[in-house]
Design a binder for this molecule. Structure first.
Ligand SMILES: [Fe+2]
Length: 251
């Protein structure tokens, strides 16, 4: 009887996320491959709230080819969503930044010193999935010199690092921050991605986790995962290597 009660108290039956600040998500309506409408954005943010999120840093794609968003397009989408959240009684703080693909547009915005950083001057950067950025080490150094803190988005998803862990360790030694998608632990992006995420976790190299949510289906998958046994082991590891997400709660 007592064991039964203990089991209940130990498991994450609530499906809560291991952070209260979402740092990687596509919840702004109509400006990338994430939420298409204000209504679906409200639904996603409401669900994130029920999973424990109190603050969202929205990170719509900025890519040269597909989503050449600007501060204006992002701010406009944010201003559409904010009043809708208030109308629905959803009490989640919403701020915006971006997920910058490392391409020519990024180089231009960077050169113009027009990046939209997170709090604490962090900038979420995304590599191509096909080939590594040609000069990432230099870019990290340059950004740090400019008092910017690069965060590599879902670093576990770049297959070219799977046999090149030394490179990942070198970026970490440079002081680069790493973000991992929680969905990666489910096998959603494949087993190699899952294994790499587990390696990063065991090495204490994950600074931030995020949902990288684009739609409700992903949140339902995550919610189920958070209630399962596999997640319990991850949560144990996170006690040794706490995430930095919630440092953004007060900024
Ligand atoms: Fe993303």
């Amino acid at each position: 009887m007592f064991n039964l009660f203990r089991k209940k108290a130990d498991s994450n039956e609530s499906g809560k996320l291991p952070f209260q600040v979402e740092v990687h998500c596509h919840v702004l309506p109509g400006i990338d491959d994430g939420s298409k409408t204000v209504e679906s954005s409200v639904e996603i943010v409401g669900k994130l709230q029920s999973m424990g999120i109190r603050k969202i840093i929205a990170t719509p794609h900025i890519t040269n080819e597909t989503f050449p968003n600007t501060k204006e397009t992002i701010e406009a989408a944010c201003n559409l969503l904010k009043p809708a959240l208030i109308r629905e009684g959803i009490d989640v703080e919403l701020v915006y930044s971006a997920e910058y693909r490392l391409d020519e547009l990024f180089d231009k915005i960077h050169a113009e010193k027009a990046l939209i950083p997170f709090p604490k001057s962090c900038v979420l950067i995304e590599n191509s999935f096909i080939q590594p950025y040609w000069a990432l080490e230099k870019l990290i150094f340059d950004m740090q010199t400019e008092q910017l803190n690069p965060i590599i988005a879902h670093i576990e998803r770049y297959a070219y690092y799977y046999d090149d862990k030394k490179k990942v360790e070198a970026y970490k030694q440079q002081g680069c921050l790493f973000q991992v998608n929680l969905l990666s632990f489910t096998g959603y992006y494949g087993l190699s991605t899952r294994d790499f995420a587990l390696w990063l976790l065991s090495e204490g190299m994950i600074d931030f986790m995020g949902t990288d949510v684009h739609n409700m289906r992903q949140l339902h998958m995550l919610e189920t995962f958070l209630q399962g046994k596999t997640y319990k082991k991850i949560a144990e590891q996170l006690k040794r290597f706490p995430l930095k997400n919630d440092l953004f709660l007060t900024e």
